[in-house]
Structures are given as C-alpha cells and as structure tokens.
Design a protein around this ligand. Structure first.
Ligand SMILES: NC(=O)c1ccc[n+]([C@@H]2O[C@H](COP(=O)([O-])OP(=O)(O)OC[C@H]3O[C@@H](n4cnc5c(N)ncnc54)[C@H](O)[C@@H]3O)[C@@H](O)[C@H]2O)c1
Ligand SMILES: OC[C@H](O)C(O)[C@@H](O)CO
Ligand SMILES: [Zn+2]
Ligand SMILES: [Zn+2]
Length: 387
C-alpha cells in the first residue's frame, strides 16, 4: 500500500477523519446560503439525516486534479445510504459521509506531475478509484471493480463527489468532447453500469430481451440494448408512469405492468405474450426476488438472467426450473473499462441519455433534491444537482 497522503490510489487522501475533524468542517444551518466559493457538499449520517456541510477546499497533491463539479446525479444507492444507513453487510454508514458518485466537472487546478490535464478541461469523474498496484490481481488483470482497496466515492467511509470542489487522481478522469454536456457526462456513470451488464451478458443483435424495472438503470439498459440491436424488447415495472416513460424513450418497446397479487409465473406469461415467445436474455434491474423469478420463468431453454439490481442479502431461486432449462444466472458489480465507451456512444448519438434528467437543483438546494429523488409520487427519473 502507498504510504503518503498524496499518492494516487491511496485511500489516505480520502480519510474521512481528516475532513470531519478539519476546523472548516461544519453542518450548515437550514436555509443558510454560503458564499459561492465555499466547498459545500451533501452528507448523510447514521441518524438518517441528510444535510449540507461546508468542508475544506482541497489542494491537489502530485498526480491529482482539483475539479469544480458541475453536474451530479442522485443514485438510488445515495438515497439508500441516507434512509437505511447501509447496503448489505459491507457498506455501512457509521459517521458523516458525503454523497454522490455520478459526476462531471471542470479542471480548476492540477498537481505536480499532471501533464494530461489543464485548467478548463471538461471531464467525467470515474468514482471508483482502485489501488492500481501491480500486486493486486484485480487491478493487474483489468477487472478493477474487484479491487479490495478501491476507493468508491460516496460509499462509506469515502466522501462523495456531490460537492463543489473535488480532488481526484488524474488518471481516473475521462475527457468530455464538446458534444457531451456535463449533464450527460454525469449520466455516464449509470450508463457505465448498464454497458458493463450488456457486455458481460453477451447480448447479440436480434436477441429477444426482457428488462426488469424501469428506473434509471433499467431505462439506460433499455436504451443501450436498443442501440446494441436487441429485438423485441419487453420492459416491466410496478408503475404505469415509468412504463409510459420507457415507451416515450424507446417507442418500439413492449411494456408489462407488474400487478401485485399476480404470481411470477403469471407475470412471465404476460412477458412472453408481449414478446411473442420465450426470451433469450433478461437484464434484471430491480434486485427484487419476485422480479428475478419472473425473469427466470420468461426465459427460453438455454437463456440467461443477468442481474444488475441489488437487493436482499439472501434470496431463493427456482432451482429445478433453472436446472431443467439450462438457464444461466449472472451478476454485475459496478463496472470496469466502460467510461470511454460510454462517452463515445453518447458523443456519437447512439445513446441519447438526456431525457432521463427530469429534475435539476442548485447545489445549495441539494437536500430538497434528495427529498424529490426519494419520493416516488414526484415522478422523478434522474434528479441532478448542477453548479
Ligand atoms: N450492480 C451494480 O453495480 C449496480 C449499480 C447501480 C445500481 N444498481 C442497482 O440497480 C437497481 C436499479 O437501480 P435504479 O436506480 O434504476 O433503481 P430504482 O429503484 O429507481 O428502479 C427500480 C425500478 O424497479 C421497479 N420494480 C420494483 N419491483 C419490481 C418488480 N417486482 N417488477 C418489476 N419492476 C419492479 C420499481 O418500480 C422501479 O421503477 C437497484 O437495485 C440499484 O441498487 C446496481
Ligand atoms: O453506481 C454504482 C453503485 O451505485 C454503487 O455500486 C453503490 O451501489 C454501492 O457502492
Ligand atoms: Zn450508483
Ligand atoms: Zn487493486
């Protein structure tokens, strides 16, 4: 492990204690409007509070870049950390923790030895910074989403990128061409999740596909799968409004409203009827056990259920149905090597993610933004904070 506080990939540079114990760290009073130069951020804590804090504006060390973050999307996991204080057993909110990992911004300062960036460059921020050490198998073999020493911003104990001034290692930034806005650059994070899933699922031109769940991840997977040539595509959700959104986004998609009280086998019959037969692949984007079952029962012999959604720690699967139908079940954990591809696909016009942003808030109003993101009745798909 690197030992100084400025080395790239060293978790120490993001040590929360250094931020929380800094004299400049303070929780802002409700309604307080700090100056535009202040480094304000949205933090959650173990008491399930979300509030604005002021924290120090950092200075880049060797190999680091200081960014003015211009756009950050709120992810379901940010809301989850705020409201439930944990995701699974390994990611637990034990102290004040900064939110946000879907961000894009502008270079405002560069540290010693940084040659690839200059002030004014526009970048998407890759929020998972692995250790990059040669002794790390995950990093050395390119599957760096498995790095045991990854710093994933906004996953406790590391503060997030939903802040005005964010420090980042120079090599974990991706240049945005002029055609890609900060808003789109920020959406490249959930797009990276979907693209990683599509790549590993093995989706091919003309494959009949089921997408479970029409939240941001399901919708971005839908857009990506359409660009990759899946046909037909069926998408499910519990809310007609989300299915209507999906239909506007990709007019040719078939929608199935999942009604409470129906069994997964019944839901699968509806899915197969909509597709005109059993499907070859499912991209499961809810993590809900009953939805995973619906996906499994919708598959043809030899199909694959590829699970991007995360959910309960332990879930039951219809073992003998999977076995007797040679249905594969696979999972996606974050992503690796997807950002350059995501930016190319957006810049090239193959994937139009702009319609996903339904709500925009100023950084000072980040707390209100979280409340909108967390309230399904407000109809938000992607809430962004822009500065
Ligand atoms: N694997 C990863 O690395 C990774 C990365 C990001 C997000 N995720 C996960 O992906 C999932 C989707 O993320 P999101 O931001 O779109 O979340 P979201 O909560 O906004 O969307 C989930 C959608 O699924 C729908 N849904 C719930 N139960 C359903 C059911 N039984 N059948 C059909 N639809 C159902 C909901 O109505 C909702 O619209 C979440 O579990 C999230 O944590 C995983
Ligand atoms: O987009 C990335 C995801 O939200 C993260 O994996 C998060 O769920 C936990 O760190
Ligand atoms: Zn996320
Ligand atoms: Zn590593």
């Amino acid at each position: 492990m690197p030992s100084t506080a400025t080395e790239v990939g060293n978790a120490a540079i993001y040590d929360p204690k250094k931020v929380l114990q800094h004299p400049q760290f303070r929780i802002l009073a409700v309604g307080e409007k700090p100056p535009k130069t202040a480094n304000i951020a949205a933090f959650y804590n173990p008491a399930h509070e979300i509030h604005l804090v002021e924290k120090p504006r950092p200075t880049p060390g060797p190999g680091q870049v200081l960014l003015h973050v211009h756009a950050t999307g709120i992810c379901g996991s940010d809301v989850h950390f705020w409201q439930h204080g944990r995701i699974g057993d390994s990611m637990v909110v034990t102290d004040e923790c900064g939110s946000g990992h879907e961000s894009a911004g502008e270079v405002v300062e560069v540290g010693e030895g940084v040659t690839q960036w200059k002030i004014g460059d526009r970048v998407a921020i890759e929020a998972g910074v692995p250790c990059s050490q040669p002794a790390c198998d995950a990093c050395r073999t390119g599957r760096y989403n498995a790095c045991p020493d990854v710093v994933f911003f906004s996953t406790p104990p590391f503060h997030g990128t939903l802040t005005r001034w964010h420090l980042h290692p120079a090599q974990w930034l991706h240049r945005l061409p002029d055609a890609v806005s900060y808003e789109e650059g920020s959406l490249c994070e959930p797009l990276a999740v979907a693209l990683a899933g599509i790549e590993r699922s093995g989706l091919r031109l003309g494959d009949p596909l089921l997408v479970c769940g029409a939240g941001p991840i399901g919708l971005i997977s839908l857009l990506s799968a359409r660009a990759a040539g899946a046909e037909p595509i069926v998408i499910t959700d519990l809310f007609q409004s989300r299915l209507d959104f999906a239909k506007k986004l990709v007019p040719g998609v078939h929608t199935v409203l999942i009604q409470r009280g129906t069994t997964s086998k019944e839901q699968a019959e509806q899915v197969k009827a909509a597709a005109g037969g059993p499907l070859k692949l499912a991209l499961e984007c809810t993590g809900v056990e009953s939805s995973v079952h619906t996906a499994i029962y919708s598959m043809a012999f030899g199909g694959k259920v590829f699970i991007i959604g995360v959910g309960k720690n332990e879930q039951l699967f219809p073992f003998m149905h999977l076995s007797a139908n040679e249905i594969d079940v696979s999972f996606q954990y974050r992503y690796a090597n997807q950002y350059p591809k995501a930016i190319r696909l957006v810049a090239g016009g193959l994937i139009n993610i702009r319609p996903l942003v339904t709500h925009r808030f100023a950084l000072e109003d980040a707390v209100a933004a979280f409340h909108v993101a967390a309230d399904p009745s407000q109809g938000a798909i992607k809430v962004q904070i822009q500065d």
